[in-house]
Ligand binder design. Structure first.
Ligand code: HPA
Ligand code: ZN
Length: 326
């Protein structure tokens, strides 16, 4: 269609993508088989049928189960390479990728195994696909701050490969303030800071991410429009929100895409951006997120271009690299 051609033609940056959430059922079965693991699902179709979620936690339970088949460096490499070739075909030219070290170290898979596989695929994509990248390790907020500190410690030998830290997993009841000290220590190591906030949690959690954690971007942030003072704050600091419309729909953060706040955010001048979050689970990569959102909200070509420009502006590319895209 014309709309999809426009979207395909826009060079895009993806800033909110959990690599474990890009694990397509076909690859999951393939890796399970070579690792001699039997999945709880009989077939690819049976697994896909289980992808129906009423909230974030129902998704996370399946997402962590899927990740259990990742054991070896080559598993993480294949996972990451599959994602990168897919988004390359969608004209994505820059990615800032999350991984969840604790999802793997908890199961006895070394930090080194996970990060090396991911890193090698990112480097190959830089060379062969000309995709620039940053890598972000996320602390799991349902775990303790002490466990996050352990992860920070484990990351230090790989500091040169890691650009920032994030905060994800079960939001409600696990506010950003729980991780105040480990974010401070992470910043002291030179890591940039982001956090999921205001996806299912209240606007208060967005304030905490800003005031207590000192993040440079908010992942999701849907709930900010309920708080005028918060909107003023986001505008004053030109704080980016990395929104994920299909994720919000699938996790019932919104009832229908027509209710998505991104158009209102653009109207207010907020640095809003669109990404896929966990594309293998939510039914779409970058282009599908742009496309479905554009259709539901009647976004103009200018608004679509603005969303892409906003993502480059909010990215961690150097100013000179940003200029090429803005
Ligand atoms: N929210 C919180 N944690 C996550 C998500 C998300 O959308 N995806 C993967 N981990
Ligand atoms: Zn996310």
């Amino acid at each position: 269609t014309d709309l999809m051609n426009i979207i395909q033609g826009i060079p895009k940056a993806e800033l909110h993508l959990h690599i474990e959430g890009s694990f397509e059922p076909e690859l999951m079965f393939q890796i399970a088989e070579r690792n001699n693991i039997t999945l709880d699902y009989e077939s690819i179709d049976a697994l896909k049928k289980a992808y129906k979620f009423n909230n974030l936690q129902e998704f996370l339970d399946i997402y962590y189960t899927g990740a259990q088949v990742l054991l070896k460096e080559e598993d993480f490499y294949d996972l990451t390479w599959a994602y990168l070739t897919k988004v390359h075909s969608q004209n994505v030219v820059h990615v800032e990728v999350f991984f969840d070290p604790q999802t793997h170290t908890e199961r006895g898979v070394d930090f080194k195994v996970a990060i090396t596989g991911i890193y090698k695929a990112l480097e190959k994509a830089k060379e062969e696909l000309h995709i620039s990248y940053r890598l972000i390790m996320s602390y799991l907020r349902h775990m303790t701050e002490e466990e996050a500190f352990k992860t920070l410690e484990e990351s230090l030998p790989f500091k040169d490969w890691i650009h920032g830290v994030g905060l994800d997993s079960s939001e409600v009841g696990n506010p950003p303030s729980k991780f105040k000290e480990v974010f401070k220590a992470s910043a002291a190591q030179g890591y940039k800071l982001v956090a999921h906030a205001g996806e299912e949690g209240p606007a208060d959690y967005i304030w905490e991410a800003l005031d207590i954690l000192n993040v440079v971007r908010i992942d999701h942030g849907n709930r900010c429009l309920s708080d005028d003072a918060l909107v003023d704050r986001l505008l004053k600091e030109n704080m980016a929100l990395t929104l994920c419309p299909l994720s919000n729909l699938e996790l019932k953060v919104i009832d229908k895409l027509e209710d998505h706040p991104v158009a209102k955010m653009l109207d207010k001048g907020i640095l809003a951006t669109i990404h896929s979050d966990d594309p293998a689970y939510f039914g779409g990569y970058m282009n599908e997120n742009y496309y479905e959102t554009a259709k539901a909200l009647n976004l103009t070509k200018d608004q679509l271009q603005q969303l892409a420009i906003n993502a480059f502006e909010a990215s961690w590319l150097s100013d000179s690299h940003k200029k090429k895209h803005i």
